[in-house]
Design a protein around this ligand. Structure first.
Ligand code: LLP
Length: 426
């Protein structure tokens, strides 16, 4: 287990805090995040890429407190919506270190990006033209990059591979040069960057090397148009070991693959762009766990453990068949006795958080910890089945802070409106 997660007196601990006591005090379900682990992960990335700018991918987890931690580490942000931009700015991430991404941005979002002074990664020729008009009307010139589809095929789940030629993201590799030519002639936009992101949970670094080569080929052609490239953004995507016996590359391995290409090619072309990277999962993934209380243990064709968290709070297993390690938090080091499916409370047969796990004996009242849920866990949660989202706490140096309160029924209906005519018909 990772060193921020350990076992004391049969109980699972995170950041030195007993998870069973957390469940007692704050109730379940409960998201728990370890501040020191986020800081450690960010620093590991930064140490591997000392000269690069690290733009944390806010979509992985945009809790304000977590963005604040990353802002204090000097992170920039990759944001993918007006809401993520709003929260990143609120957290204190400087606008000049924010890249606004997205394959289908609204006029409202583009205007917000212009007004905020952030840079924009343009995903289509249509978007380029709209942005140029908007910035001219605003009397501004915006620094932009183009999201390139490098047509690289990483070995990951098809739903999270984004750099294939058939993906909805980015401008086709062969069309990119024309878009830079057009941008050069347009007012209000200043092409200064080039951007790609080939996918997520990638556990072999070679596709990153391939993407870097292809992007530097383009950088050369773009430079020959007379465009001064200030940055090359190679996106995020480094995977983490969800299964503890599986080895995955570290940022250092990524650096060994990318940096020689980036440095040598920059030198050959005679340019000095900044390298930008956008890790999300690596920074926060293993820093978070989800505690779920056991309601029932039903022995039928399989042994189903009914817990109080399901795909409403963690959709990854249902959506990508993702594997997350589970631990019986109050019997963490006891030997396995039975094979269980951990089933959520949602009215969907697919609401199984973990399948066929060999675990110690489980009884109602036990606490199940689902590990490595810090990325794309809470940020993909919903209120499906009328379930309030749970609280989130941050553990730090043995202390505990609530960083998101549990939702209440009022939150479920906060934006519902019943027309007056329906109020009088009962
Ligand atoms: N940059 C861009 C433009 C992205 O689209 C993404 C992720 C990242 C950076 C960060 O990638 P990371 O380092 O976290 O792999 N919900 C899925 C993952 C979707 C990733 C979307 N884009 C999951 O739970 O696995």
């Amino acid at each position: 287990m990772d060193n921020h997660i350990s076992i004391q007196d049969h109980h699972l601990t995170i950041g030195g805090v007993d998870t069973v006591s957390l469940a007692d005090e704050y109730g379940t379900p409960l998201y728990v995040t370890c501040e020191q682990r986020i800081r450690r992960n960010f620093r590991t990335f930064k140490e591997a890429f000392p000269d690069a700018d690290i733009y944390y991918a806010a979509k992985a987890n945009w809790n304000l407190a977590i963005l604040r931690i990353l802002a204090s580490e000097g992170a920039g942000a990759d944001v993918f919506s007006d809401g993520e931009l709003y929260v990143a700015l609120l957290a204190g991430i400087p606008p000049e270190k924010i890249l606004f991404n997205g394959n289908s941005k609204t006029v409202y979002e583009l205007q917000m990006a212009i007004d905020s002074g952030v840079r924009i990664s343009i995903d289509s020729p249509d978007e380029l033209r709209v942005l140029s008009d908007l910035s001219v009307k605003s009397g501004k010139t915006v620094d932009v990059a183009f999201r390139v589809n490098p047509d690289v095929s990483p070995d990951t789940h098809p739903k999270i591979a984004t750099g294939l030629a058939t993906s909805k993201f980015g401008i086709g590799y062969k069309d990119v040069l024309n878009v830079y030519k057009e941008a050069k002639e347009l007012s209000g936009v200043n092409p200064v960057g080039i951007h790609c992101h080939i996918g997520s949970q990638i556990t072999d670094v070679s596709p990153f090397g391939e993407a870097a080569e292809r992007m530097m080929d383009l950088a050369e052609q773009i430079t020959s148009l007379g465009i001064d490239l200030e940055f090359v953004d190679l996106g995020g995507g480094l995977g983490i070991p969800y299964q503890k016996d599986v080895q995955t590359p570290e940022p250092r391995d990524l650096a060994d693959t990318i940096l020689p290409v980036f440095d040598a090619r920059s030198r050959d072309i005679g340019i000095t762009p900044k390298l930008v990277l956008e890790p999300g999962r690596y920074i926060v993934g293993d820093a978070g766990i989800l505690l779920a209380g056991v309601n029932t243990v039903k022995r039928s064709a399989k042994n189903f453990v009914g817990v109080d968290a399901g795909l409403n709070l963690l959709i990854r297993p249902a959506m990508y068949d993702a594997y997350h390690e589970v631990v019986v938090a109050n019997r963490a080091d006891l030997a396995y006795e039975e094979t269980y499916d951990i089933a959520g409370p949602i009215c969907e047969s697919g609401d199984i958080l973990a399948k066929d796990r060999r675990l110690p004996l489980i009884e109602p009242g036990d606490v199940i910890a689902v590990l490595d849920v810090g990325a794309y866990g809470f940020s993909m949660s919903s209120q499906y089945n009328g379930r309030c989202r749970c609280a989130e706490v941050l553990v730090s140096d043995g202390g505990v802070d609530v960083i998101r309160e549990q939702e209440c029924y009022g939150d479920l209906i906060a934006k519902h409106v019943v027309p007056a005519r329906l109020l009088t018909t009962l």
